[in-house]
Design a binder for this molecule. Sequence first.
Ligand code: ADP
Ligand code: MG
Length: 697
Amino acid sequence: MKAAPGAAVAAPIERLDLPIARAVPEVARGAATLRRLGVYTPRQALFYLPFRYDDYSDLRPLGDLVADEKQSARVRVTDVKVEPGFGRRPQRVIAQLADDTGSAEAIWFGRRFVERRLHAGEEVVLSGKVAMRGWRPQFVSPDFSPAGAASLHTGRIVPIYRLVGGITQRRVRELLARVLGRSLRDVRDPLAPEERPGLPDLPAALKAAHFPDDPGEVRPALDRLAHDELLALQLVLAQARVARSGQRAPRIAVSAGELETLEGALPFTLTDDQRVAIREVLADLDGELPMRRLLQGDVGSGKTAVAAVALAAACRAGWQGVLMAPTEILARQHYLGLAPLLEALGVRGEFLSGSLSAARKRAIHAAIGEGEIEVVIGTHAVISRGVVFRRLGVAVVDEQHRFGVSQRAALQAKGEGLEPHLLALTATPIPRTLALTFYGDLSISTIRQMPPGRQPVRTEIRDRGALERIQDFIADEAAAGRQSFVVVPLVLESEMTDAASAEAEATRLSGALPQLRVGLVHGQQRSELRDAMMARFAAAELDVLVATTVVEVGIDVPNASVMLIEDAERFGLAQLHQLRGRVGRGPHRSFCILLSDADDPVARRRLEVVKGSTDGFAIAEEDLALRGAGNLLGTRQSGLPPLRVATLFDPRHLELAGQARELAQRLVAEDPGLTRRPDLIRLRDDFAPRDEEGDAA
Ligand code: ADP
Ligand code: MG
């Protein structure tokens, strides 16, 4: 059987893909646990990778333990005592420990199984975080196992996995170790050694990624897995390119005179950068290949005008256009902003969202089908099944990182026969090398210049001690008719949810400033409620809007003059910069206050970078330099495909990405369907990026 290029080819079922209880009888009783982690097969178990490691490989004498670090020690248990819980205090188990260099204790809270498994007189290896009680070291809730026995949990590099409620690290480690023990020998390396120069083979990498024998093994193992993940992505891109190579787009030529008319209809004079971007877009439209262009520019740089010219040009040439925005309020704002322009140019535009009545939607669908409506501006309702264009020529996605890959694809699929030209807008700067690597043949236009007349936002860094003064300032601004955003921190794991912390802050602020009207938006709200709240803020019916990072999406509130960001050190710099861009959009003097009690010098430096620069690209680059291999933007924010192992800002991984790209292009050029390399199909599907789930906030 010969498959068409790019078509999915099924590989034969292997033992690695059987139900895990059948393939690995040793874990039959743990199969339900593994299923809750999304693991159904041995292959999925092997790729259920730790998200970090704790290094407990270095056993320390008790006399050498230091505070606030995770450490291991081999000790004698001299006493185990159980203190019953009462009231809200949980039961505690306290063990006394000794070795030749000193003594220590260990404490567990409400852990019944500890008292069953730990007895006076035993020798154990303990691993965990150490606190100092006076001069005496205390292990807090350490893991332990009998000394001398090889252990998965103590005295080694210990993998830490993502869990769901009620499942412990110990349990997952034990189950995965058993799966590895049986299934690793079934793993074939899909790559020949010369296809992965300098990297370990796959079975070795998987073994070391879960249970490294030595700290030095982790990095090469993760590099290998990162390489394969990047290769999977590049295979998808390379195959998509082959599949697309046959597609044609409508050719839309725009004369110099027509361009003058279009520009003349705008209510302002374009900046030079906008003009260059428009020229680049129009050059693409005047070609038979579908445009695939990313337009990046800071918040407020005027990307919409570029999109508007493209849409209007297409319609005046007899085609239809669509603009998809991630929220209803943003879509509405675009519609209201573009309506006069479209009208002036004789183009019929319409707003479409899920909140319209069924009858209204039907009528709009029909008019789109007839070609009567020329530009549709709306939410993801524009990709619903009822929407069928007659002659779609240009599709625009605003805030493109908020949409999944499949939503973008659905929009492009709305062109009947011909593929529409696609323009994606983003405020998140992506360094060019990254974009080339991860978007393949996507072209990029950049607006660096702000429209004239913007007031720079004054940025200040303050600590919590200044909160009262800041509140007074917010009250003064409100008295002067201005509005403020208060963005609450991203909540760390195990604390309360983002929503709860935003609610608490809104309650606190209304208490402290009873004269002000305080609103609240967060990701757990229904989107209608959230949109309604945003709309009230935009209409100046609220003085203060307390928000989680949902405000990051570009609504325009020119009357807002204060952006207060709490625990600012917890945000990415690009995100801080984007939040700051929410103010300073009108004629008023505007302020961005970064509230932070962090005393770590890198955290301070990062905030100073935001304070000292107004250039989103420069900020992104500084963040990269300061955080090194860290994740610059967070995958959700970045607009890049979500990756599990590879880290985009790790120079080594970038190098691997280039290597993977070359390999993928060569492999797909030789064998477009990869029919001769079923293992590569499997690799591609194992790692292929899935759409971001949910789009709440
Ligand atoms: P973003 O790039 O964040 O989407 P917008 O397209 O929403 O920015 O533009 C922000 C604001 O700047 C809008 O109110 C828009 O009308 C205005 N604007 C855009 N371009 C210009 C320009 N060249 N001169 C003056 N104002 C402009
Ligand atoms: Mg915008």
